[in-house]
Write a protein that binds this ligand. Sequence first.
Ligand code: SF4
Length: 90
Amino acid sequence: MSDVSRLPGAFEHHWSWQLHAACRTLGSGMFFHPTGERGPEREDREEAAKRVCADCPVRRECLTYALRAREPYGVWGGLSARERRAVLTA
Ligand code: SF4
């Protein structure tokens, strides 16, 4: 029989925080920009997404993931892509 004691555990725990996400049933349209979106439209959509994130019980986990993965698009953990780039370069 194989010794699996040194293998990593179930990967599920890395993603289980998503089960508690406030955005879980909202779809991606609020969090990711459609093609051609600019200026005030984008700002309004991102602010709406950030309001959802503000009350999200897994905001920290979400932001940590997005920063580690260097997610290039969308609002994650209450920060826009531009804001996350600023955090990563600071
Ligand atoms: S922090 Fe925002 S993007 Fe992340 S899971 Fe929560 S609601 Fe969704």
